[in-house]
Design a protein around this ligand. Structure first.
Ligand code: C5P
Length: 224
């Protein structure tokens, strides 16, 4: 049985993660937070002292990660070998390292099949950078979120503060633009909207409004 898919792509701080969680709650479908996979590979690389450009070693780690995902009410939870990494992997240093390992074709290839395994009935909401372009090109509904760099930095700032992570707004802004550039300019699966994606600018929208728009699109396509 083919399960329907909604993909939600775009740069960081556009509200992808929150929208994806809300849509899974609304639909009862599975959730793939693909950024968490790249973040865990980066976390392991740092823990094991592996260079962030060591493609072969990192691809081996990516292919064999003994990862477990769980969905709490308001966030995605990630365990690695029994250790809860949910907050640890949200740190900016890990996000930055994730974007470096994500630029390696071998790592992306190793994670491809693992990501596709998430597609099971009754359906999947997949959040990331290349969900609609590479991982689930046949998705029934593809959303691409954007927002101004200032608003994205402020959202990230609030999110990290809420998690008790100490951050500096100016520094965060710089990190976000560096990461965007790296994600947009890499050779494999660069960050870009699929040709059939619907682009939503969330700069002036709250998450409830974004959710309503996406719900309406999903309904129009007979998905919910
Ligand atoms: O979405 P999140 O901030 O958790 O992603 C962290 C990093 O992982 C991104 O900056 C990006 O470089 C990489 N990533 C990716 N492809 C995805 C998801 C995340 O390259 N599908």
């Amino acid at each position: 049985m083919r399960a329907p898919t909604i993909t939600i792509d775009g740069p960081g701080g556009t509200g992808k993660g929150t929208l994806a969680l809300r849509m899974t709650r609304r639909t009862g479908w599975h959730l793939l937070d693909s950024g968490a996979l790249y973040r865990v590979v980066a976390y392991q690389a740092r823990r094991l002292g592996i260079a962030l450009d060591a493609a072969v070693e990192l691809a081996t780690i990516a292919a064999a990660l003994p990862l477990e995902f769980g969905g709490a009410e308001d966030r995605v939870q990630v365990w690695l070998e029994g250790q809860d990494l949910s907050d640890e992997i949200r740190r900016e240093a890990i996000g930055d390292a994730a974007s470096k390992v994500g630029a390696l074709p071998a790592v992306r290839a190793a994670l491809l099949a693992r990501q596709r395994e998430f597609l099971r009935p009754p359906g999947l909401v997949a959040d990331g950078r290349d969900m609609g372009t590479v991982v689930f090109p046949a998705a029934e509904l593809k959303i691409y979120l954007t927002a101004s760099p200032e608003v994205r930095a402020e959202r990230r700032y609030k999110q990290l503060k809420q998690k008790g992570i100490d951050v500096n707004l100016a520094r965060l802004s710089e990190d976000i633009s560096t990461r965007d550039r790296r994600d947009e300019q890499r050779d494999v699966s660069p960050l870009q909207p699929a040709s059939d994606a619907i682009i939503l600018d969330t700069t002036a929208l709250d998450i409830a409004t974004v959710e309503e728009s996406v719900k309406a699109l999903a309904q129009a396509r007979g998905l919910v």
